[in-house]
Structures are given as structure tokens and as C-alpha cells.
Design a protein around this ligand. Structure first.
Ligand code: ZN
Length: 410
């Protein structure tokens, strides 16, 4: 079977005929763009790729090994050569004793915070592109190529209660497991040690975060990333409870025409309600996946638990507003009343949450309105300051739903 035919949930976009025309960083750009092109592989703005390549040192004229890594900002799909930071590999690796000789090491320590700015001392060829906070996930991996991504299917496993057991069950010895830890030098060292102990591993699953693949061959690195993501997606699909997902349906789907008419009659009014402090733009999603969630028995309870993807709180808030409405009634006035009641409660909960966590130097309370509104029968409306921001909010909540589906699949 051809490699490209062996994946079910991801697109195989690598073409030797195109890649083989390219060399060095251009091949890394090619690989990154192919990964970014398939939206099932990573969230907007997320993920980074790297290659360790031989380059001519502008100072000495000698060949030196350089880590090229996707810089912060921008997207894998559209990244060009100037989107990549370049660092002297020997200098980065020379940072190890600086860290290891410090008496107190680990996340949130003084030395961990001091490490990231050190990368500026390692810049190759005056490249102004800043490297991402995920850089340590690449530097100490002893392979030429690393792809680090945050795909929904992997996060669904990585955010579940049984993440470590599931990693073993899905991947056997192929993929290592590291529990959640803020990206930094410490986790880089842990991964380096794990690879030493398990030299046959092809990648790692990072708890509550994502995954990395590695290889000395760039196409293999790409294929391994696809394989890790596809295996997670297959596992979730195989354990999908079908009709019983999210406790089974509480409400039936409304016909598309009825849904669209209801949304059209609602959206500008709803926008006025959630935009008390800011002007918001809404993105509506009412595909099969979303409807299954909003129409389910367990949806309201699961939504209340909040999102599990740690980076998503800012976008999706701590929880969505799940409107208590029976779509079979078709009563849009009752829907508006239910939304208003839901908003009052939502703002109260938000204020209580703020006051509970408040410190003397906390910033003022942020906008207490939801950015994600879920309505049985109709779907999701995600809000943001612009069209693209509301789309990202929607994408993040899709991830949260996938996590809940995956987490239920143990
Ligand atoms: Zn990451």
C-alpha cells in the first residue's frame, strides 16, 4: 500500500517531485506549508517545525550546524523563509550547563525564565525573526527534523484523564509520553533523556499540549506527524459511541431551512446582547458534529466543566453559554427569554469567578459576556472582535468538543 493511502483522517500532501527541487530551508518551508495546509493538523497560528542544517558561517566561512525553526507569529500554511528563526546549534547546546548547574531548576524557576532570552545570543546570520516559546521542544531532540503540532485528535487524547494509558494503548512504544509542563528548557531535557532511554521512539505526546515527530529524513518526519495524528483520530473514531455520544440526543435536529431562518431572525439581536462593552462579530456553525453536541443529553453538563485546552481560555472564556431551550417548540420568543436569563446567570458566574480568584493587583474585570453561545437545535455562534477572530474562537471550541468526545472514549 502506498504511504499516502494509509491515512484516513489526514491529507497526504507531500510530493517528491516538488520537494526534490528544493534544498535546505526551502524544503523546511515546503514541509511546513504542507502541514499547515491541512487544518486537521493544527490550530490557527499553532505548531512549529524545525530542521538542523549545515550552513556557511558568515564569520569564519566554515560549515556550521544551524537550527532553523518556525518563528513566533504567522501560520505554518503561509510561512515563508523569513518566518523562520536561525540559531547556532552548538551555542544552544552549550546553554545546557548554564541551566543544569543552577541549584533550583524546573518550570517557574528563576533560571527557567532566564533561558529564553539567551536564545538571542545564539542567532545565526543576524536573522531578526524571534524564536517561539516551543523552541526547547526542538533543540535537544537529537534528530535533524522535528514537527511539533497541536492537532484536535491528539489534544483529545492528551487532555483526557487517562492520557498516559491511552498513549501506550494507541502507540505502544512508538510514541513517548510527557505530562503537561510549560514549554521550557526543563521539558526539553526530559524529552532528550526519554529519547536516550527509548531510541526507537518516533515522537512524543505532550500532556494537555500536543505532539512532536522527529526523523533524520524530512519526509519521514512529515509522515510520522501524520501517522501520530491519524492513529489518535482512528482511536477516537473506533471508540465513538455513535448514537450514545454525549449521552445520546435529547433533541432532534431541526431541518436546515428552519435553523437558518431562526438564526437569521436572532443574530443581530444576540449580537446586541453579547456586545454590551465591545462590538462583536459572530461565526455560526451548524454542521452535524456541532448539532450532535448542542442537541445531546450531556452537552450542558460537559460545557459547564469548561475547556481542557489550556491556551484556549482567553478565546473561549472559562465556559460557553449553553442556552436552555427546547427547539421542538420552535418558539423564538421563548428562545430570547432563555438567552437573556442565561446571560444574567453567565455574568453573575463570571463575576463570582473573578472575585474568587482576585488578588490585590489583579487587572479590572474583563468583559463578562460569553464568546461562545450554544443553542439546542441551532448550533454554535462564536464571537470575536473581527470575522477571523470569531472563526478562531469557533475553531477552539471545536477542539474543546473533540476533547470531550475523546475523553469520553476510555
Ligand atoms: Zn506547542
Amino acid at each position: 500500500m502506498n504511504k499516502q493511502d494509509s491515512y484516513k483522517f489526514v491529507k497526504y500532501l507531500w510530493r517528491d517531485a516538488e520537494a526534490d527541487k528544493l534544498q535546505g530551508v526551502d524544503r523546511l518551508v515546503y514541509r511546513s506549508n504542507r502541514l499547515g495546509e491541512d487544518l486537521t493538523l493544527t490550530n490557527t497560528g499553532g505548531g512549529n517545525t524545525s530542521s538542523k542544517l549545515m550552513e556557511k558561517d558568515p564569520l569564519t566561512g566554515e560549515q556550521v550546524e544551524v537550527l532553523w525553526i518556525k518563528g513566533s507569529g504567522g501560520d505554518l500554511r503561509t510561512a515563508k523563509r523569513d518566518g523562520f528563526a536561525s540559531l547556532y546549534l552548538d551555542k544552544i547546546r552549550a546553554m545546557k550547563p548554564l541551566y543544569q548547574n543552577h541549584p533550583e531548576r524546573g518550570p517557574k524557576t528563576e533560571i527557567e525564565d532566564a533561558m529564553h532570552p539567551m536564545y538571542s545570543h545564539c542567532v545565526f546570520n543576524l536573522n531578526p525573526r524571534a524564536c517561539s516559546i516551543d523552541t526547547p521542544l526542538h533543540t535537544l531532540v537529537p534528530y535533524h527534523h522535528v514537527d511539533h503540532l497541536h492537532p484536535n485528535s491528539v489534544i483529545a487524547i492528551a487532555a483526557s484523564v487517562n492520557q498516559e494509558r491511552l498513549t501506550r494503548e494507541i502507540y505502544g512504544d512508538d510514541v513517548l509520553y510527557v505530562p503537561w509542563q510549560r514549554p521550557g528548557f526543563d521539558i526539553g531535557l526530559k524529552i532528550e533523556q526519554l529519547i536516550k532511554d527509548h531510541p526507537h521512539a518516533k515522537g512524543v505526546l505532550l500532556g494537555h499540549h500536543g505532539m512532536s515527530s522527529w526523523s533524520n529524513d524530512d519526509r519521514t518526519c512529515y509522515e510520522t506527524a501524520l501517522e501520530i495524528i491519524d492513529r489518535a483520530a482512528r482511536y477516537i473514531e473506533a471508540h465513538d459511541k455513535g448514537e450514545k455520544t454525549f449521552g445520546g440526543p435529547k433533541y432532534q435536529h431541526l431541518p436546515e431551512e428552519t435553523r437558518r431562518r431562526a438564526i437569521a431572525g436572532l443574530i443581530s439581536w444576540l449580537r446586541g446582547q453579547v456586545s454590551v462593552y465591545k462590538r462583536f462579530v459572530g461565526t455560526v456553525q451548524d454542521d452535524e458534529k456541532m448539532l450532535r453536541f448542542v442537541n445531546s443529553v450531556d452537552g450542558p453538563r460537559l460545557a459547564e466543566l469548561g475547556t481542557s485546552c489550556p491556551d484556549h481560555f482567553l478565546r473561549t472564556k472559562i465556559k460557553p453559554l449553553f442556552v436552555d431551550w427546547n427547539p421542538a417548540s420552535g418558539d423564538l420568543d421563548a428562545l430570547k427569554t432563555a438567552i437573556l436569563a442565561g446571560l444574567v446567570q453567565y455574568r453573575k458566574d463570571y463575576e463570582a469567578y473573578y472575585n474568587r480568584c482576585k488578588h490585590p493587583d489583579s487587572p479590572a474585570m474583563r468583559d463578562p459576556n460569553p464568546t461562545v453561545v450554544l443553542i439546542p437545535g441551532l448550533g454554535m455562534i462564536a464571537w470575536g472582535k473581527s470575522k477571523s477572530e470569531s472563526r478562531v474562537t469557533a475553531e477552539f471550541y471545536n477542539c474543546a468538543i473533540e476533547v470531550m468526545r475523546g475523553a469520553g472514549s476510555d
